[in-house]
Design a protein around this ligand. Structure first.
Ligand code: ADP
Ligand code: GN1
Ligand code: MG
Length: 362
């Protein structure tokens, strides 16, 4: 089915002009759509939802609807602009949050947030600081949201113990005989076993609180205003579920405290940036510092190590499985992604005490 026909099922204004691939997400397929109206061109985001992963699209979209509506009313209360500071779902003509085609493809449409972009690498430290404030505020907002309404969309998403087990299963199977190409990475992955249960144990024993978390807090999931350099909106709400705040903090660190792209083939240039770690910590704790518990605060550095490690074994597992999960634009990309993560993990272990001191400072 062509895009124009798909879009004709949604409440979009004007006349169709174009629909082009947009952004750099690894999971859904995202397009920027242009419509011509009397007041000039208007843009939308069209997404083909990855329904292989999100098998309950109804549950997924209901989560997003609940959170964006809650968000919207909070933004209006404080006098903000909900069309810019929150994702806004564009409904179908029959009032649904998504459209299903005859071939069982699922599409959704959001209002395009103009004048803001998601960065794949930190270009200015203030962007990273701003993203920390945005994710901190988002966490605080969700603290008041009734989490029992949310459907658990991807159970065990950040259960590092289960991720490690999955990695070992794929390694044992080695169905494409690829393990021989990544021996050093496999050895490193196995060497970290002693850490994998740290956060899971704290959550399961009740020592660390479960919270409603975003679970995919990388820098390109916050849109930053191109004129003011201020964070505008937290996006990509697909993985909102109960989790640990240490993982949300940690995923931002994993992605942002690296001068290179996540998939750089030049692993030798990857180095963990302590100054950027400090920027993010300062921003995050400036808004979430009063809410965070002692045990969470003390485990923020470990959250960063574990999220980076977990992401590394997810990329490695995907390589062993035949690159079936994360979208690739070239061969070997999952190996490069793995190497980047593992180099960062090594640097973080070395800098662990410094990371802890920075957290205590703020
Ligand atoms: P994925 O789950 O595949 O990462 P995202 O929801 O993060 O998909 O969208 C991919 C990219 O599209 C984002 O990184 C961002 O650049 C852009 N994007 C998504 N939603 C919007 C929006 N409402 N307005 C402007 N840009 C958006
Ligand atoms: C995926 O969808 P996207 O590109 O924002 C993945 C995250 C990984 C990330 C690595 C649902 O995020 O968990 O950390 O890639 N999302 C899902 O870049 O698996
Ligand atoms: Mg994304």
């Amino acid at each position: 089915m062509d895009f124009r026909t798909i879009l004709s099922n949604f409440n979009v204004d004007g006349e169709f002009v174009s629909c082009e691939p947009y952004g750099s997400g690894h999971i859904n397929r995202t397009y920027a759509v242009v419509y011509k109206t009397d007041k000039g061109n208007k843009r939308y985001i069209l997404q083909k939802i990855n329904s292989t992963l999100f098998t309950n699209v109804d549950g997924l979209m209901n989560n997003i609807k609940l959170v964006t509506e809650f968000n919207r009313s909070e933004i209006i209360k404080r006098g903000g602009d909900p069309l810019r500071e929150s994702l806004t779902i564009v409904y179908t003509k029959d009032g649904k949050t998504y459209y299903k085609t005859e071939n069982d493809e699922y599409y959704r449409v959001y209002i395009f947030i103009e004048g803001a972009i998601g960065y794949d690498v930190v270009e200015k430290p203030e962007h990273f600081y701003e993203s920390a404030v945005a994710f901190g505020k988002f966490a605080q907002l969700l603290d008041r949201f009734d989490s029992s309404q949310l459907f658990e969309i991807l159970p065990n998403f950040h259960n590092t113990v289960k991720r490690f087990e999955n990695f070992k299963k794929s390694l044992e199977l080695d169905k494409l005989n690829r393990a021989k190409n990544v021996k050093a990475e496999i050895d490193f992955a196995l060497s970290q076993e002693k850490y994998v249960s740290t956060i899971v144990d704290l959550l399961e024993s009740g020592k660390m609180p479960w919270r409603v978390t975003h679970n995919d807090t990388k820098l390109n999931n916050v849109l930053i205003d191109t004129k003011t350099d201020k964070a505008v909106c937290v996006i990509d709400l697909d993985t909102m579920m109960a989790g640990s705040i240490c993982y949300d903090f940690g995923d931002s660190i994993r992605f942002g405290c690296n001068p290179c792209l996540e998939d750089t083939p030049e692993t030798e240039k990857v180095v963990f940036s302590m100054p950027l770690f400090e920027e993010y910590s300062r921003g995050y704790l400036s808004v979430f510092g009063d809410t965070i518990t002692d045990i969470e605060r003390k485990n923020l550095p470990m959250g960063a190590i574990l999220m980076t490690y977990e992401c590394g074994i997810r990329f490695l597992t995907d390589y062993l499985d035949g690159d079936v999960y994360f979208r690739l634009s070239r061969e070997g990309q999952n190996v490069d992604r793995t190497r980047t993560q593992f180099k960062l993990v090594k640097d973080m272990h070395e800098g662990y005490d410094k990371m802890c001191n920075i957290i205590e400072k703020y």
